[in-house]
Design a protein around this ligand. Structure first.
Ligand code: HEM
Length: 122
């Protein structure tokens, strides 16, 4: 099982896109962070697309993400630790509701957590 890349185990681009959609739905219902996404400069489709390509690029190695580096995207937002944890909570809930395996959830969480320095207090 471990030899199969995480990208494949998440269902490739389609699986990752479904996760990005569910994640945004969860953010918009999460009182800790909903206004961040309601006030985003991008519309829903652009945000789902950006998140999908960002993760596909990171996990497949094929560079399809054309957005700005994430440290740059989040600079000036002054995101705090509680908001960061809220995003992780929403990611776990999104994966759980889509039936993503426990092992894959843990691996995705690890990947997300490793990017904390590019997101928080910038
Ligand atoms: C590991 C955690 C995170 C990752 C990997 C991440 C990644 C991204 C990516 C890839 C984009 C889209 C950029 C584009 O399409 O050009 C984005 C946009 C955005 N992120 Fe994050 N993000 C994370 C955490 C957070 C947190 C904690 C918040 C605040 C609650 C946040 C708020 C936003 C907002 C509001 C946008 C839309 C910006 C705009 O277009 O106005 N993100 N993020």
């Amino acid at each position: 099982m471990e030899q199969i890349p995480l990208f494949e185990r998440l269902g490739g681009r389609d699986g990752i896109r479904a996760m990005a959609e569910r994640l945004l739905d969860n953010h918009l219902q999460n009182p800790l962070i909903a206004t961040r996404y309601e006030n985003a400069s991008k519309d829903r489709e652009q945000m789902v697309e950006g998140a999908t390509e960002f993760f596909c690029t990171g996990l497949s190695g094929v560079p399809t993400y054309e957005g700005r580096p994430i440290a740059e995207v989040h600079t000036g937002m002054n995101i705090d630790d509680a908001e960061f944890v809220a995003v992780l909570d929403d990611a776990i809930a999104a994966m759980g509701s889509l039936g993503v395996g426990e092992r894959e959830q843990a691996e995705v969480l690890h990947v997300l957590y490793s990017m904390k320095g590019d997101v928080v207090r910038l």
